[in-house]
Design a protein around this ligand. Structure first.
Ligand code: CUA
Length: 176
């Protein structure tokens, strides 16, 4: 099932749930007068409880999701030295110090730009993006990748950088 399908089914489910709860509450609303203060007290307590739970939960989630920082560290080929490749973006092309690699070879692309901001994106033959980072003048952004299949990969610019933006393509060849 696609993410979109899951998303709209989930949304629909919760919308229905809210409608049902709202309906039940509305239909069962009592006309009888009830003293308000004890209810208020009770719900203040509940509110405090749920707020505390929420803070604890979010705190735990934050720690859990930030544990792996920095996210860009090499995923495969750990322990092996990465091949460092200098990438310089310019209007309208890519200057790469190396474009041929081996399957399983960890690669570190050090990406910068000569002129304006560009986006460095690596795509496989099915046009799926495998890795990307910004190419910015004055900065070097690192992106790590280890190709696990031989083939020809395409480098595309991900940020509109002028009239020749669509011409900013490059090629990476990965051999067995
Ligand atoms: Cu470089 Cu778009």
């Amino acid at each position: 099932m696609s993410v979109q399908t899951v998303a709209w089914i989930t949304s629909l489910f919760f919308m229905l749930l809210i409608t049902v709860v709202f309906g039940v509450v509305t239909l069962n609303a009592s006309k009888e007068r009830v003293p308000y203060d004890p209810i208020k007290k009770k719900w203040y307590k509940a509110r405090k409880f749920y707020a505390t739970m929420l803070v604890v939960f979010l705190f735990a989630m934050t720690i859990h999701t930030l544990r792996d920082l920095p996210y860009e560290m090499p995923v495969y080929g750990q322990g092996k030295e990465a091949t460092v490749v200098d990438v310089e973006a310019m209007q309208f092309g890519w200057n790469m110090s190396q474009t041929e690699f081996k399957v399983g070879e960890p690669i570190e692309f050090d990406v910068t730009s000569k002129d304006v901001n560009h986006g460095f994106g690596i795509y496989n033959e099915d046009n799926q993006m495998l890795a990307q980072t910004q190419a910015m003048p004055g900065y070097t952004n690192k992106v790590y990748i280890t190709f696990d299949k031989p083939g020809t990969y395409e480098v595309l610019c991900l940020e509109y950088c002028g009239l020749g933006h669509h011409l900013m393509t490059g090629k990476i060849v990965v051999k067995d």
